[in-house]
Design a binder for this molecule. Structure first.
Ligand code: PLP
Length: 418
């Protein structure tokens, strides 16, 4: 069935959800390392790509393939590659198009682990230039003859700065450069970056796609629309025969499988099941987050960073790029690290955990955890200060969430008064 229906219907009945070999309604878990063949000739044909088939789970597996097809359909992509984590998806995607001497332009409001990865790349001769904002004007000024890719998070975690996908992709394309978008925090429910001009989309499926906090995973989705110039993108030159699919072929056959960060079939299965409720979860999460942000914004001694608040600098993107939603993450500044810890420790329901996109509301003090190994400048560029609390809003009843946070904030005031 084509994906000509609405979001939730296409999730459950679209092209990524067709029946499986024995008519199972969900993909069977092929929890195996390798696949057996009748003859050596058969296995040779599979390795040579002359016959469809699976050989070894690090390279391909039917359960993982079902998960890939489902997300590929959801993002309106041409091909998808599943990886063992969001970090393995980011590293494989960037290493597929960059080699020593090349440059990346990246947003500065990125997840701390990704900033550190880009710093690690410097030791391999791949330099990153950070843009204070990922919009057309800022990117235009940073492009030079060594730039090979522009990379950013659609909604920065936790900066909440929004990437102007149509504007940045237009400028990048003028210069023969693709735009790669980490859409983990936006999810396809808020935006489908390939349809806005991006060339490759990346997800940490550990977050909203899985949704239940039970499996780490990552995904790279290629729109296969970018016209690669193999002289400029020398990293892809051996794959020029594949034309617009050169990125996907190198990422799958070489970089992703050789880096070795594959997902387990069972984790692919858990995430395949998790995504069925993505639309329902995101609707509820965004409703809860908007209500919580508006109520906390009334408190004089806290400052709230959330996209649907009219004073947010990127508020206009909510309607132009994010389907009218603000997403599930917000940050709150409370004046000091000490008070941030008091607020967090006083929460009754909300869990203290280093994750986001769970059905449960989670909080963390990012400066002392996720950005511990980043410089102060990098952390502040990502919106992380000593007094910042990151909230990943879940699907609880919003009244309970609001009460929980208001009580915790009030308690932190009492302790300051005493
Ligand atoms: N990208 C974003 C936006 C993230 O928030 C994270 C993790 O928090 C990652 C990538 C890395 O994902 P994973 O933890 O699945 O490796």
């Amino acid at each position: 069935m084509a994906n000509d229906c609405r979001f939730n219907t296409s999730l459950l009945h679209g092209t990524g959800s067709k029946g499986f070999s024995q008519r199972e309604i969900l993909p069977p878990v092929s929890q195996v390392t390798a696949f057996q063949y009748e003859s050596m000739e058969d296995l040779e044909d599979v390795f040579a790509g002359r016959k469809m088939g699976f050989a070894y789970t690090r390279i391909g597996n039917p359960t993982i393939a079902a998960f890939e097809q489902k997300i590929c359909a959801l993002e309106d992509g041409a091909a998808a590659i599943c990886t063992g984590s969001g970090m393995s998806a980011v590293s494989a995607a960037l290493l597929t198009v960059c080699q020593s001497g090349d440059e990346i332009i990246a947003g500065s409001g990125l997840y701390g682990g990704t900033i550190r990865l880009l710093r690690n790349f410097e030791k391999l001769g791949i330099k990153t230039v950070f843009a204070s904002r990922l919009d057309a004007d800022h990117v235009r000024k940073l492009i030079n003859e060594r730039t090979r890719v522009v990379f950013g998070e659609l909604i920065g975690n936790p900066s909440l700065s929004v990437l102007d996908v149509p504007g940045v992709s237009a400028v990048a394309h003028e210069h023969g450069i693709p735009l790669f978008v980490d859409s983990t925090t936006a999810t396809p429910y808020l935006a489908k970056p390939l349809n806005l001009g991006a060339d490759v989309v990346i997800h940490s499926t550990s977050k909203y796609i899985n949704g239940n906090g039970n499996a780490i995973g990552g995904m790279i989705i290629d729109g296969a629309r970018f016209p690669w110039n193999f002289e400029k993108h020398g990293a892809l030159s051996e794959f020029s025969q594949f034309g617009r699919l050169a990125f996907t072929v190198r990422a799958r056959a070489e970089i992703s499988s050789n880096l070795g960060g594959c997902i387990s079939p069972f984790n692919a299965f858990l995430s395949y099941v998790g995504i069925d409720t993505l639309g329902l979860r995101m609707e509820r999460i965004c409703e809860n987050a908007a209500a919580l942000a508006s109520r906390l914004d009334e408190e004089k001694d806290v400052s709230v960073n959330y996209l649907t608040l009219p004073h947010h600098p990127d508020h206009a993107y909510v309607s132009s790029e994010l389907n009218g939603y603000g997403g599930g993450i917000m940050t709150v500044r409370v004046g000091s690290k000490e008070r941030a810890f008091k607020v967090i420790n006083s929460l009754k329901y909300v869990k203290i955990a280093s994750n986001l996109g769970d059905v449960r509301t989670l909080v963390i003090h990012p400066a002392s955890t996720l950005y511990r190994r980043n410089s102060r400048q990098e952390a502040e560029a990502a919106g992380v200060f000593d007094d910042t609390i990151r909230i990943s809003v879940g699907i609880e009843n919003k009244e309970d969430l609001i009460d929980d946070f208001l009580n915790a904030i009030e308690k932190s005031r009492d302790e300051r008064r005493n």
